[in-house]
Ligand binder design. Structure first.
Ligand code: C2R
Length: 201
């Protein structure tokens, strides 16, 4: 039986409706998924975080998925290692978008086991599967933000800022002096690169 406490935790965090739930199969997955939680926080999204296993707590998993939409959750992120059936099991019981994150688990097959278990869903029950590990954890958060941004202008603006900042970081790194580059590229800016390219063509 699912306790009253579990019901409340699933609805909100500190009395507030959370649009994203981050569900992990075990507390041993929390380190990898902290990246996901931190990325969501960067967009001022506080997630409901739950440890639920389709294998070890199947009843709680079923009840969580079936009641998620009416609790105000809009996107479920499900992360697990080994035979990662968690995302698929939740997706089977809700129409909310489910984003799966395959994780590397001690004793597992470097995440390939979790990747295949998460991505190879039968037709009719989609799970949006991310990359293995921390890259996937971060992208799961961004994908959830993109879904929520469809109906939230504030989030759309924040996503645009995020993309600009990300681009800027790469451009700055590209401008840093590097001895292996030809002299005209050392310490050059993107503009310098563009003008050289123009001259060459
Ligand atoms: P423990 O570290 O607790 O032994 O778990 C977890 O996500 C974790 O990566 C080992 C691994 O088992 C995974 N697990 C699943 C599911 N439940 C737990 N794949 C599930 O329901 O899919």
């Amino acid at each position: 039986m699912v306790s009253e406490k579990n019901e409340t935790r699933g609805t909100s965090d500190e009395g507030r409706i959370c649009p994203v739930a981050v569900v992990v199969g075990s507390d041993s997955d929390m380190d990898a998924m902290q990246t996901c939680i931190d990325t969501l926080s960067g967009f001022s999204i506080k997630a409901v975080v739950r440890i639920i296993s389709a294998h070890r707590t199947p009843q709680i998993a079923a009840e969580f998925a079936e009641s998620a939409a009416k609790k105000g959750i809009k996107v479920i992120i499900a992360a697990a290692g080994m035979a990662a059936h968690l995302a698929g099991a939740l997706a089977a019981r809700t129409s909310l978008p489910v984003i799966g994150v395959p994780l590397i688990s001690a004793g597992g097959l470097e995440g390939i086991d979790a990747l295949l278990s998460t991505i190879q869903m039968p037709p009719g029950v989609p799970v949006a599967t991310m990359a293995i590990g921390k890259a996937g954890a971060k992208n799961a958060a961004l994908f959830a933000v993109q879904i929520l941004a469809l109906t939230d202008k504030n989030l759309r603006d924040k996503l645009a800022e995020f993309k600009n900042a990300q681009q800027q970081k790469v451009v700055e790194k590209d401008s840093a002096p590097r001895s292996c580059l030809p002299p005209e590229r050392r310490g050059g800016t993107q503009k310098a690169h563009a003008s050289k390219h123009k001259k060459d063509t």
